[in-house]
Design a protein. Sequence first.
Length: 257
Amino acid sequence: MKKLVATAMAGILAVTMAACGASEESTGETNTSDKVLTMGTSADYFPFEYIDTAKGDEIVGFDVAIAKEVTKNLGYDLKIEDMEFGSLLGALSSGRVDFVMAGMTPTDERKKNADFTDIYFESKNLVMTKDKAITADDELKGKKVGVQLGSIQEALAKDRYKDSEAVSLNKIPEIIQELNTGRIDALIIEDAVAVKYMDQDESLKTYEIKEDGPTGSAVAFKKGDKMRDEFNAELKKMIDNGDIDKLAEEWFQKEAK
């Protein structure tokens, strides 16, 4: 009897071991769906990143399209965390997100807290007013100038227009609303973002701010993160083969939903 039990147990053990071996063999290769990179962004910056209301709460845009392509080529799935622009680099430093892509310019101050890729899209900053056009910096003296909190436009307003009052708000639509209601006199906005609002309202006027230094977008990574170089290499491929230009043409012609 003991022999029969022992034989039966041996058979069960053999089957169990075989099953375990098959399971281990089937999971021996890395499943790319288990490899995820989390992108931090502020989804209020059409057409770079915004919520497509026609698709529920899906975050889409120029930056998102680029991020999806790069992460796919690197063998990762993409997860997106939406937050206020001013908290993005803090989330990066704390490890809440793996990289930041939000139309962010790599200023010297930001480089103290993050490592950036090369600029993948160049842009310009504009002063926007309603009805009455402002065409020179000295016309902003004593004016209230709206900017996004934590943005390069906020730093620009405080450094360049010291005789004006910088009014910092979290979201671009909030700043546009403040301009429309007359609570601010002007705002500073990136040219690609300004197009949407100017198409919707002919009373909006702009002029270009002449600047030195970088005025484009780059991807931010935590200090010392080697993924920055891998991401940068993929971005360079997309720039060289024209994919970035194609995506820009596609997304910058879209209308907000």
